[in-house]
Write a protein that binds this ligand. Sequence first.
Ligand SMILES: [Zn+2]
Length: 55
Amino acid sequence: MPETDGPFDCDTCDATVAFEDARRTKTMGGLDATKWQTLCCPNCGSRLQTVYVGG
Ligand SMILES: [Zn+2]
C-alpha cells in the first residue's frame, strides 16, 4: 500500500503538501472514484500520488 497520510513532496515545484492541503481529483484510468483519489499539488497542479480512500 502506498503511504496515504502525507506529507507529499511535489517533484515539480518542491512544495511539501500535507494530505489535507492536497487537491483531490478523480483518478485517470477508470478507477472507482469512491475508493481512489488522485492528490494534486495546490501550488502547481502536478499529480502527487494516487491514494486509496475507500477503507
Ligand atoms: Zn507543485
